[in-house]
Write a protein that binds this ligand. Sequence first.
Ligand code: ADP
Ligand code: ADP
Length: 221
Amino acid sequence: SVLATLRGISKTFANGTLAVDGLDLDIADGEFLTFLGPSGCGKSTALRMLAGLMPPTSGTIGWTGGARPQVGFVFQEPTLMPWASVFDNVWLPLRLRHIPRRDAARSIDEALDLVGLGAFAKVYPRELSGGMKMRVSIARALVTRPPLLLLDEPFAALDEITRFKLNDDLLALKTELGTTVGFVTHSVFESVYLSTRIAVFSPRPGRIVAGIDIPEPLPRN
Ligand code: ADP
Ligand code: ADP
């Protein structure tokens, strides 16, 4: 079934840049959709509008169920609070919902287990590698168990091996949680490896020029 329906979505920034130009897109429940295209083609802007982080200049986004579901968002930088432990960083989205630390503990532990960092709750971000920081960032995005997880070039700054491992673990997570995923990348490899569908953006202005279905997930072992 359809989760979101984007119709004629455009974004012009205050400086006059037309970043996204008339996007039409349906997002299916449970799919892993990547936005693929070169830098500056409007992928990130499209993802942010989908997340509700910025409004479109024109066009509409319709949601099955009437309103945007809870969204977990992962930025290119892990954006962790350096003064807070891993545990407290993952607590943040629940804290913002006024859930006390003690009541949040179980969800936080589960989220950390999901990303393989169950043993690192008490550690501070400065003690973690880049890949681990990104895992914390993913745990933080998942701690509320959002039906929609959006990631904006999350692994772009990581070395190739770490990146490969994180790709694999993200796929496993998605399968386990059944979350719908939107993923921005300029990597053809990532888009093919991860997705059930690729939305290919043209360089300028931000437009989707092709939708590629990948019917079978690649075999994994
Ligand atoms: P991508 O994610 O594909 O790299 P972006 O969505 O980040 O592309 O950017 C699309 C275009 O919009 C680029 O030309 C970029 O410079 C411009 N842009 C992005 N954010 C802003 C902003 N806040 N103000 C003005 N221009 C912006
Ligand atoms: P603790 O981690 O000790 O339980 P908090 O999580 O409430 O306490 O905050 C830890 C420290 O980080 C406090 O000094 C608080 O003022 C600061 N802090 C919390 N949120 C922010 C924020 N969004 N921006 C800047 N400082 C913050």
